[in-house]
Design a protein around this ligand. Structure first.
Ligand code: ZN
Length: 110
């Protein structure tokens, strides 16, 4: 699985991890513990990486929740930007129509 352009931290950071701190990919594994049977989590692909294999688990549901939590405020910023740009486009459109009218009037006069 190739990593996406979504801003993501490594294992142990907020959101969906893209790479482990060691540089290797992070994969989804399934918990086989009695407390969390079948629960998916992110972990370094190298099982020899003690840093990620012994530290706390990055549960997929927590990471996805964090990702959504962080993305929502960004979405409203983007929505604001889009409506600003739409207003600008309308202005430019109006200006273009005005100059078109002016051109038509001037060319009729000539
Ligand atoms: Zn690693």
């Amino acid at each position: 699985m190739s990593s996406s352009s979504i801003t993501s931290g490594g294992v142990g950071e907020r959101g969906v991890p893209s790479k482990c701190a060691c540089g290797l990919d992070v994969k989804i594994f399934t918990s086989k513990t009695q407390e969390n049977p079948g629960r998916p989590f992110f972990r370094c692909v190298s099982k020899r990486d003690v840093n990620t294999w012994t530290s706390k688990r990055d549960w997929v549901e927590d990471a996805v929740f964090e990702e959504v939590q962080d993305a929502l405020p960004r979405l409203s910023i983007i929505a604001n930007e889009i409506s600003k740009i739409k207003a600008e486009v309308n202005e430019i459109d109006a200006m273009a129509r005005k100059s078109e009218d002016l051109y038509v009037r001037l060319s009729k006069r000539a």
